[in-house]
Design a protein around this ligand. Structure first.
Ligand code: AMP
Length: 381
């Protein structure tokens, strides 16, 4: 291997994000996003990937550049098959395709991204980094749902968890912030973006997470319900006459903050709350209530909590969410400093008081860097 650069590709359902990272000096020579795939000039994912290649070539950073060591692909679902970053071969592509029923919205786009990138540079090592991988260590007692075992196993119904790249990066970065080894630390990571998930990490190893078979379970999110009695689905079907697809859309796209108050952006909700808007206030209260339940549950799961880390769009930027989530938890050893919490910064920082037994931190996530590092480590091994 010659080059020191890794191109990270994140092919989502309607967009392709890319970032070129230089692992030798930490620089990021290029990044961008191709959006609205299928809606306008960008007909499909293949066209989007071609556009990414063209944008890079225009900057003399094309896929044929000798400095490029590898491409790292974010892949959403690795099932139980993929628990590590994996060098992509024809067989690996086939296996990721077999996982499409588990992630019908995400894995097809990921596969197309891989295929196009491989066709453009067949000789270049390409690595798949799975969003589920960090959660593969969750013990059976936490990963299994309490349903008939044979049915669950036949259809792959279990907790996989998502946002794993972020939970891995943030739990490690939290240890670094505290000057500890990951093995010394029990951490609750709260990834609060438009999608949101919590994880419990014991000594650097994930032992529980809030998303499940799909990213729908757990916390209240921008447009997803999170936890709900599964019998609500039968009720909406039998009594409400809704189809499976309609209920899927309801719970994934018309629920969460958006479903509760019409807005999924926490900035807008904060603004409306300031004007005394009751729907926005209730949406916020429901969001916080769920979050606190998970903090309590994961405290019991871990037994001893050393750190709580807030990350992603809401976690990094909303002092109001952090304050409300951590309020009145002194009995748990959690004390947030109001002044520290209100400060804005792009780097990892502590927001707990000097006397707080649990360190509370804001730790900006960096999924691209994590994917690039895992990719580079694998191809340079
Ligand atoms: P992400 O999915 O991590 O990109 O997070 C996106 C979400 O972060 C948005 O939908 C907003 O709800 C939230 N967000 C971004 N900036 C802010 C901010 N300054 N204050 C509060 N929430 C924010």
């Amino acid at each position: 291997m010659n080059g020191s650069r890794v191109l990270v590709l994140n092919s989502g359902s309607s967009s392709v994000k890319y970032q070129l990272l230089d692992m030798a000096d930490g620089s990021r020579p290029a990044s961008g996003i191709v959006e609205r795939i299928g809606e306008g000039p960008v007909a499909d994912h293949a066209a989007a990937l071609k556009q990414v290649a063209d944008e890079l070539a225009a900057k003399d950073l094309g896929l044929d550049s000798p400095e490029l060591a590898a491409v790292g692909h974010r892949v959403v679902h690795g099932g139980t098959r993929f628990t590590e970053p994996t060098l992509i071969t024809d067989e690996v592509v086939e296996e990721i395709e077999k996982l499409i029923p588990l992630a019908p919205l995400h894995n097809p786009a990921n596969v197309t991204g891989i295929k196009v990138a491989r066709s453009l540079r067949p000789d270049l090592p390409q690595v798949a980094v799975f969003d589920t991988a960090f959660h593969s260590t969750i013990p059976e007692a936490a990963a299994r749902y309490a349903i008939d075992v044979a049915t669950a196993d036949r259809w792959g119904v279990r907790r996989y968890g998502f946002h794993g790249t972020s939970h891995a990066y943030v739990s490690r970065a939290t240890a670094e912030l505290l000057g500890k080894e990951p093995a010394e630390l029990n951490t609750i990571v709260l990834h609060l973006g438009n999608g949101a998930s919590a994880s419990a990490v014991r000594g650097g190893v994930c032992v529980e997470t809030s998303m499940g078979l799909t990213p729908l379970e757990g916390l209240v999110m921008g447009t997803r319900s999170g936890d709900i009695d599964p019998a609500a689905i039968f009720h909406l079907s039998r009594v409400g006459g809704m189809s499976t697809d309609e209920i899927d859309t309801l719970l994934n796209k018309r629920s969460g903050l958006a479903g509760l108050c019409g807005d999924n952006d926490m900035r807008e909700i904060g603004r409306r709350m300031g004007e005394g808007d009751r729907a926005a206030q209730l949406a916020f209260d429901i969001y916080i209530h769920r979050l606190r339940k998970y903090v309590g549950a994961y405290t019991a799961v871990l037994g001893r909590v050393d750190a709580i880390a807030f990350t992603a769009g809401v976690g990094e930027n909303s002092a109001a969410v952090r304050e409300a989530a951590m309020r009145g938890l002194t009995a748990f050893g959690i004390e947030v400093d109001g002044v520290r919490n209100a400060l804005r910064s792009a780097t990892a920082r502590l927001i707990s008081t000097e006397t707080s037994r649990v360190a509370v931190a804001v730790v900006p996530t960096d999924e691209e860097l994590e994917i690039a590092s895992q990719t580079f480590d694998l191809v340079s091994a």
